[in-house]
Each structure stands twice: as C-alpha cells, then as structure tokens.
Design a protein around this ligand. Structure first.
Ligand SMILES: Cc1ncc(COP(=O)(O)O)c(C=O)c1O
Length: 363
C-alpha cells in the first residue's frame, strides 16, 4: 500500500539514539552506558522531581493549555512579554509547527549539513524544498554560503548554535552579519538547545540580537541542561504575530501538567544547572584531551557532546559504533558521515567506560 502523500514517500523517519534497555535486552548485559542523545547524565533538579510527583495527582484533568505559570516565569526571566512565547512538546514540535506555518509546497528552506536532522524532516514534511548547505570543513557554519543559498522562494533558515552534531558555534560577528543581511521574506530560526554549555567569549545568544531581525525565532528546550528530556517541554521566543501564527497549528494541550510543573521548578533551581554545566565543562576537556591522544580529531565543543573524526587507519564509524555497543557503550554514528561519531559527555565513570571501550576497539 502506498497511501502517504508523494512528497513524504522519500522521508526517512527520525532515528533516535538506541535506548539502554534495548541494548541490555539484546546483549543480555547490565550497566550499559548511553552517550547518544545529549541528555543531562545527572538527572533533573530534585525540586523538579518533587514538583512533578505532586503534579501526577492532577493528571485526570487537562493541563493549562496557555501554560500561564511557566509563561509568566519565562517572560520575567528573559525580560520579554508573555505573548512573545510559544510552547511545544519539546522544541522538536516547534520546529514542525514552524515548517507547517511558514513553509510548504512552492517554497524552500535552508539548513546546514551536518546539522540537526529534524530541520530537513520538518521542511520536507511541509512540502517545502530543502536547500542543504555543507558546513565549512565539515564542522562550521559558513555564513556566506548560507546567504548565497537563499532564493526568492526561501521562507526559513535553520541554524542551531551550537550545532548538533558538530558541537561548534557561530561567532557573534558572523551571526550579526547573517541576521542583518537576510531578506524580509525569510524567517531565521536560531535553535539554542545547547546554549547553557557555551563558554566561548565570542558567542552571543540570538536573544540579544532580536533588534537586528524582526522575524527571528529563538528556540530553547528543557531537554538538555535542565535534564527534563522525557517531559517534552520546549519554547520559542518571537514577535507576538509569529507566536499567533504558530498558535494556529498548535495541538490542544500540547505540554502536559507534569512537564509544566517540572520546568517551572527547574527554573527555580539554577544551582543544579550550574553544577551540571561545570561538570560538563571539566569532563568535556578531559574527554577531548584523552580522545585527541588516541588519534581522534575532536571538533572544538561548545555543547554537552563531542564530534570526533576517527583516527587514520581505523575501521569506519558504523563498525566502531557496533563494537562499542557490544561493550555496552552507546554513542551515535551518522550514515552520511563514515568517519565521524558523536559522543555525549557523560558522568566521569561513563566517560571512563567509553575511553576503555574505545581503546579495546581500536587496538
Ligand atoms: C539542536 C537541537 N534542537 C532541538 C532538539 C530537540 O529537543 P527537544 O527535546 O526539545 O525536542 C535537539 C535534540 O537533540 C537538538 O539537538
């Protein structure tokens, strides 16, 4: 049966990182380590867990569709109006909403490669044409190439800063140049899922650059630094008219009460996020140094993961990936990138497991 709309026939569904339980079941092992989905290995704030436990008592009622408390809290935190916020079932849902509202048949959207795979999926699902711009040296956004790729029918340009999977950032000057140069018919989407992990002095959040481009949409998520990936809470900050447009396609009650409660409580425990960010920074350095010593080329990471090129002469990425799985370590390989792996920075003992397994696999 071929019942799907023709423009969806070639769409490859999103492939998530392999779950720990699945690998343990397959291999009959315990204590597998997942360094595949850029999650917070420390878990969420205990205060968020407590708030979510309390919220469970109310799950027989639909949640607050307007997310009043979380909206007010985020508006105060970002010093914006509550009407400049849109919410999604994870920022992934917002990417999808954005594509459905602002692109479609007869339009195009620009994204980098390699970059977050869901931009292409969202564009294709909307019926838009994807314009794929390779990253400079395979690791860094090329602002000139992005600008050159724009056509009269282009409606969206997606940039994740830092970028998944390369872990690199767009320096402030380049981002300012891009936002200032974009034509009026185009919406730049700056996805800042990994913003908390950045320490480069030349980075600026697009939230500070909104004056340069009225159409700008900035995406944030509770899935990474806040450790709430499974609750699926993401938000967009944009002009109220863009928020109103997104509202047109938002599914009713798209963010549950447990997620809303967890997100709100997580915002009230910034010390928890700071502890994780500090751990990530020190482990990121330690892991980068150890992998470089083993012969990997490690991209300069501003995120909670590393993008590494395998040492010369080693097996291809899919072979190394499988060999690591057999040792109970789950990382991420990407079909179109035969020499690269993406590795989430985990807890110290998890990173040690990875290093030990890699030494054995590459020996
Ligand atoms: C760049 C980027 N944006 C968005 C997401 C999706 O996050 P969420 O859990 O909020 O849907 C991810 C998840 O890996 C990501 O890497």
């Amino acid at each position: 049966m071929k019942l799907a709309h023709p423009h969806l026939a070639s769409l490859e569904p999103y492939q998530p990182g392999k779950p720990v339980e699945e690998l343990e079941r397959e291999l009959g092992i315990e204590n597998a380590v997942k360094l595949a989905s850029n999650e917070n290995p420390m878990g969420p704030s205990p205060a968020a867990v407590q708030a979510m436990e309390a919220a469970v008592a109310g799950v027989h009622r639909y949640p607050d569709a307007g997310l009043h408390a979380l909206r007010e809290r985020l508006a105060a935190m970002h010093r914006i109006a509550p009407g400049e916020l849109a919410f999604g079932n994870g920022s992934n849902e917002l990417i999808d909403q954005i594509c459905r509202v602002f692109s479609g048949h007869g339009t195009s959207g620009v994204h980098g490669a390699p970059s977050f795979v869901c931009y292409g999926l969202g564009l294709q699902a909307s019926g838009a044409e994807r314009i794929v711009v390779p990253l400079r040296a395979g690791t860094h956004f090329d602002v000139d190439a992005l600008l050159e790729a724009i056509r009269p029918d282009t409606r969206l340009i997606f940039i994740d800063n830092p970028n998944n999977p390369t872990s690199t950032h767009v320096p402030a000057a380049a981002l300012e140049r891009l936002l200032s140069a974009l034509p009026e018919h185009l919406i730049p989407v700056l996805d800042e899922a990994y913003v908390h992990f950045v320490d480069a002095p030349d980075y600026r959040s697009a939230l500070e650059l909104r004056h340069l481009n009225e159409n700008l949409i900035v995406l944030r998520t509770f899935s990474k630094a806040y450790g709430l990936a499974a609750t699926r809470v993401g938000y967009a900050i944009a002009h109220p008219s863009i928020v109103a447009d997104l509202e047109r396609v938002r599914a009713p009650f798209n963010v549950g009460n447990v997620g809303q409660a967890g997100a709100l409580a997580a915002l009230d425990d910034p010390a928890h996020v700071e502890r994780y960010v500090a751990l990530n920074a020190s482990e990121r350095t330690r892991l980068s140094t150890a992998l470089a010593k083993m012969g990997f080329a490690v991209a300069p990471s501003q995120a909670n993961f590393l993008f590494v090129e395998l040492p010369d002469g080693s097996d291809e990425a899919d072979v190394v990936y499988e060999a690591l799985l057999r040792r109970g370590v789950i990382v991420r390989a990407f079909g179109p990138l035969p020499r690269h792996l993406r590795v989430t920075v985990g807890l110290p003992e998890e990173n040690d497991r990875l290093l030990t397994a890699l030494e054995a696999v590459l020996a």
